[in-house]
Design a protein around this ligand. Structure first.
Ligand code: SF4
Length: 213
């Protein structure tokens, strides 16, 4: 898309290319927590300080933990023939980017993302973890040109338990829809519905300015 540049007299002089907008997988995680986070942060530019502090601390904690974890041991259980670590990928097709902890190339010729979570496995795969993995799957397919039928999440606080997610076509469609909605909020300033889980509003930084309480 191009935008017209106006001169001091108001005449249209040239058409400047509009910078491409990319969202991150972290944006998608915030959206899944509450879509309004995107509006407050990216449209009104009000930072979510507590959340950021939490993320930094969590990131450091995870980094220290990753130094200790035996990744080879985790991978051996997954029949992979080759792997790439900390792969930063961008989808120009869907306008999002993210860093995949590990891309595993499996014996059957497909690939899969492996994500490490500094968390316990609570007998179910959370929606956030599932769609994060699906977004990584889309990035891997676009970049490496291989099929991605599943993803893995390693829960480091449950003795490195590795949960497997089998992706269905509708999971990829939902992941793409999440990206489209975030882009729409940012580009059009569209004010989305807030989370339906009211417990999340209790400690929310935006509670005082969010009409949905
Ligand atoms: S108060 Fe609730 S609905 Fe509003 S932004 Fe916070 S979590 Fe979302």
């Amino acid at each position: 898309m191009e935008i017209a540049a106006k001169t001091g007299t108001g005449a249209t002089e040239a058409r400047m290319p509009e910078p491409e907008l990319f969202i991150t997988v972290s944006d998608a995680l915030e959206y899944l927590f509450c879509p309004r986070f995107i509006f407050f942060e990216r449209c009104l530019m009000i930072p979510e300080h507590q959340e950021k502090r939490y993320k930094v601390l969590k990131g450091r904690e995870l980094h220290e933990f990753r130094e200790k974890i035996n990744r080879d041991y985790v991978r051996k259980k997954l029949n992979c023939t080759r792997k790439e670590i900390s792969v930063y990928l961008t989808s120009h097709k869907h306008h999002f980017k993210g860093e995949v902890d590990e891309v595993l190339f499996l014996e059957d010729g497909t690939a899969a993302p492996l994500d490490y979570k500094f968390a316990e496995f609570k007998k179910t795969i959370y929606r956030t973890h599932k769609y994060q993995a699906a977004l990584y799957g889309l990035l891997i397919m676009e970049h490496f040109g291989v099929e991605v039928k599943k993803g893995f999440v390693c829960y480091t606080r449950s003795n490195n338990y590795v949960a497997e997610i089998d992706f269905k076509q509708k999971d990829y469609e939902t992941a793409k829809e999440i990206v489209r909605e975030i882009l729409m909020i940012i580009q059009r300033g569209y004010f989305p519905e807030g989370t339906k889980r009211k417990a999340r509003c209790v400690d929310c930084t935006y509670r005082n300015i969010c009409v949905q309480r």
